[in-house]
Design a protein around this ligand. Structure first.
Ligand SMILES: Nc1ncnc2c1ncn2[C@@H]1O[C@H](COP(=O)(O)OP(=O)(O)OP(=O)(O)O)[C@@H](O)[C@H]1O
Length: 589
């Protein structure tokens, strides 16, 4: 039963950035770090060589050796920095590739309700903007930051060897700047989380607006919707400006620290030269080190900021990956066989609520293994919910749902969904070719002959052959199908599966007479060999059904053949005349 231990949710996957996403790349990463270290080493050595050059000048000795060493060091430094930078960029991109693959695969396995609650646009923002931010963790967090820290420390050690008093002066000046930057960093992280959330929300709103574009246009609401979106974008901008203001403090504060250090060191250094504690070449080298120190200190300060942002992005990924995927979704093996002679779908005392809102209340009905079962009832009675629960898009709180004689939770999810074909009200097609759409539920490519034959059965062969690239025409962008054609393509997809149960959420819209007849013929022929459970909005469907189940407010009022219900059930009579009621149809069918 739902919530019971046997249906416990598997531990969700977590990002283990270093051990997992960088798996297989650790050696390359170490190589890149080593090269970066060599490059840093050469930079560190230059002032020492400068000191040698100055000493050589003072002593009138040969300059060739120290100058050659200086040039050599500069060349090695440049080459190693370039190779290491390129390698890090590659590693960062591959890390993001793996992360995106994992997030997309996980999002597709989440329960429908979770995806709706998160908002598709919000999920898209993870693999776009969040992924880019996280990428910086690789080059900044793994290599640049540790090396910069190492550079700062070793530079200070070398400076201390030159003059320890002046080093204390330097550290004191930078410490003041560091304290201010530390406070800024805490706010940077908080700001980043708010910013990414606002970005995801904007993406979500924009996606939703584009989805509803026909309605937006029909009501001439472009300006109004654009204004709503603009409000959201402005919130994001305000937040981004806060972030930019915080970030922009870092460099000036550091520069102030450096100026302070420079002035103090020059004053202190002058005094130390005057009292004979320090030579001029040593002082020149010390000053060069001090100037060199600013670059790695800046890397540390800005790097910590980016790392904070990267970690906040990582938390957002963790949060998404921690959302439990559908139970049993990974179990591919362990085929469960149907129980011989069992009903195709059987609900026993099933109750289901969306949050606090009860939708099904102790609902019981059965649909036989062959034939057409029509679910009818007022709008909001719970008909579509019955289909959702049958295909386990949702889980009932209480009661038992059996498909082909087995508890819906005992089926491995892929096996359940192989046996149950679901066709939604919109007859949804994926953005892709006609072929891809037809083969969606097939394990193997089916070949043109089979596909065209099936299209023939739904009366769509000629329409598809007329498309610019026939079966390989991409649907959903420049080329699309009409509502009726989409419907037939969706049904052709069902014909190509070996599903035992077909769940069909009939569209509420009316079809033209030819399409209506085609749909009915198709459904009838499907129902000859399998179970078809249809949420019926049309009287013609009900008249063709072997069994009609009347729902009201989440319970079954009555069930049986149409004529029996019409004879004995006043609620059904009302429904037929009011909701399904088309006297014209009654007379003509
Ligand atoms: N995602 C959801 N979140 C919260 N409540 C929902 C959700 N989907 C449906 N409901 C509620 O569940 C109830 C039953 O919805 P359902 O779609 O099953 O009705 P229906 O009988 O198929 O209606 P219709 O004939 O209008 O399609 C409705 O009251 C609806 O408000």
């Amino acid at each position: 039963m739902p919530g019971s231990p046997e249906h416990a949710v598997a531990t969700p996957p977590r990002i283990r950035l270093w051990t997992d996403l960088l798996r297989g790349d650790r050696l390359k990463l170490a190589g890149a770090a080593l090269l970066a270290l060599v490059s840093t080493g050469t930079t560190l050595a230059v002032p020492i060589v400068v000191k040698d050059v100055l000493t050589a000048f003072a002593q009138h000795s040969g300059l060739l050796k120290p100058v050659s060493v200086m040039v050599g060091l500069a060349l090695v430094g440049a080459v190693t920095a370039a190779v290491s930078g390129r390698q890090l960029a590659r590693l960062g991109e591959f890390l993001i590739l793996r992360l995106r693959d994992r997030v997309m695969a996980h999002a597709l396995r989440l329960p429908l309700t979770t995806v709706r609650a998160a908002g598709p646009g919000n999920l898209v923002a993870r693999i776009t903007s969040d992924a880019m931010v996280l990428r910086s963790i690789v080059d900044v967090g793994v290599v640049q930051l540790p090396i910069a820290v190492l550079t700062v420390v070793s530079t200070l050690v070398v400076m201390a060897l030159l003059d320890w008093v002046l080093v204390l002066v330097t550290i004191g000046s930078f410490a003041l700047a560091g304290a201010v930057i530390g406070v800024v960093m805490i706010r940077v992280r908080r700001n980043f989380v708010t910013q990414q959330t606002a970005l995801g929300e904007l993406a979500q709103r924009f996606t939703a607006a584009l989805d509803a574009l026909p309605t937006v246009k029909a009501y001439r609401a472009e300006t109004r919707v654009a204004n709503h979106l603009s409000d959201e974008a402005q919130r994001l901008t305000t937040c981004a400006l806060d972030g930019a203001r915080l970030q922009s403090l870092i460099t000036p504060v550091l520069n102030l620290g450096q100026q302070l250090a420079l002035v103090s060191v020059i004053l202190g250094g002058g005094a130390r030269i005057a009292d004979g504690h320090l030579g001029v070449p040593e002082f020149a080298a010390f000053l060069l080190y001090l100037l060199q120190l600013v670059a790695p200190v800046t890397v540390v300060a800005t790097g910590v900021g980016r790392l904070q942002a990267g970690r906040a992005a990582q938390e957002r990924f963790d949060e998404l990956l921690a959302l439990p995927a559908e139970e049993g979704g990974e179990e591919a093996a362990g085929r469960t066989e149907p129980v011989a002679g069992a009903a195709a779908v059987e609900f026993t005392d099933v109750s289901f609520a969306h949050g606090a809102q009860p939708v099904l209340r102790g609902l019981s009905f059965a649909a036989p293994a062959r034939g057409l079962t029509a679910l009818v009832g007022a709008s909001g009675a719970g008909k579509s919910t019955v289909l959702s629960l049958t295909d386990r898009f949702d889980t009932a709180q209480t009661g038992l749902i059996r498909v082909l004689g087995r508890d819906v939770h005992d089926w491995p999810l892929p096996e359940l969904r192989r046996r149950v074909a679901y066709v939604d009200q919109a007859f949804t097609l994926l953005e892709g070719t006609v072929r891809e759409n037809l083969e969606l539920g097939s394990a193997e490519p089916l070949g043109d002959a089979v596909l065209l034959d099936t299209l023939d059965r739904v009366g769509l062969r000629q329409d598809v052959l007329r498309l610019p690239d026939g079966l390989d025409t991409v649907l959903g962008r420049a080329t699309d199908l009409s509502g009726g054609q989409r419907q037939r393509l969706a049904l052709a997809r069902v014909l190509l599966t070996d599903a035992d149960v077909i769940l069909l959420d009939e569209p509420t819209s009316q079809l033209d007479a030819i399409n209506e007849q085609r749909l009915r013929d198709l459904v009838d022929s499907l129902a000859e060999t399998r179970a078809v459970v249809v949420v019926a909005h049309r009287l013609s469907t009900v008249l063709h059904a072997d069994r009609v189940v009347l729902l009201d407010a989440g319970s079954v009022v009555d069930a049986g053949p149409h004529e029996d219900l019409l004879a004995r059930c006043p609620r059904y009579q009302d429904l037929v005349t009011s909701q399904l009621g088309h006297h014209r149809e009654l007379q003509t069918v």
